[in-house]
Design a protein around this ligand. Sequence first.
Ligand code: FES
Length: 403
Amino acid sequence: MALKVRVDKEKCRSCGFCRSVNVCFSPKLCVGCLACYRACPFEARELVPAVKSDVTVTVFLDDVPLKVPSNTTIADALQTVGFRFNKPGREPSLACRTGGCWSCALPVDGRLERTCVTPVRNGIRISTSLLDLEPLRIVHGPEPHLVGGKATPWWEVDYVHYVEAAIWTAGCNLSCPQCQNFTVTYDNSSPPLKPREAARLLAACHNLYRTRGVAVSGGEPTLNRLWLCSFFRELSKLLPPRVRKHLDSNGTILSRDYVDELVENGCNNIGVEPKCVSVTSYMKITGLRDEEFASRYLENAWRIAQYIYENYRDRVYLGIGLVYNPRLVSLEEIADAGTRVASIGDDVQVTVLDYFPAFRRRDIERPSFAEMLKVKKILEAQGLKTVIVQTSRGRIGPGEKAD
Ligand code: FES
């Protein structure tokens, strides 16, 4: 059944998020892209059945005229005539669907448009070939970072020097209710950058602050594979191999050939964040509702971390990310996660994020310093040599005692 979105005035706090961060591409008539439903921090949007309309418009897909429903997005209109994105990672249903990642973009009347949020219009000419156009993506930053991400080697962090120059890409394929970076993740209104533009900015930031590495985090950077691989390629032209080129990912859609391509293009530092080990916790953390789907994502993250360790140990510094908040993950599960990491390698760096209240989970409390030290101790008891926990007082690494 087609759905549209209605504002729940009781819940709306007039925060302005839908006017300045995740904006509507069809404000006069809801076309059911559901981006605002996914992005509203106060869940002040509800889904209602859309009245079915028989009105059609004509679009030209690679010069072939096609009648498609009006009052819908370009992606949904194309779906009704059997169009599928032919490259993995470009199907909007497996990407962000909020307008940030640009992986669903197609040339429309000669310029790239995001098909997941853009309303279909009569007479538009859509091309399925991206050959002449460079990929785009919304990017925040660059900024110098004192701490880094999941795969920032722990010994480089001294809280005095900037360790990495980083950018953050918009758009994510998960819907974590406690998203720790939601103003970036749901941004669909900032102008997008080409890979070369983002690489130049990041390299300039690295040069200015003399960092040991550069990083891309998100959102989920691996959405929009064309953009990401090209970004690392451009970065490698600008920075020598000794400068770490770090990708932080949730690992859900990274395949072996995707990792191979990233490494080939100069990525030599990868953080993968399965977050936990049980599907029940994963669904709670990520907001995914389909158990089979969630299980596939979770397993993919663990397996790809193993693949990176087994195949690129000499070329890629791997970090695994877990999360902790007693409302989402138990200490028993932390122990199980530690066992799983140890089965990959006891020397793998593990970083545990202490989830603080954010986005739609303002009801949770940030774990205390003592709780995070306990998490560290539990993981070390599983034989792991490199455990870092993020705490309200900063990161506590392998050199620092948990008791
Ligand atoms: S799926 Fe369309 S912008 Fe991300």
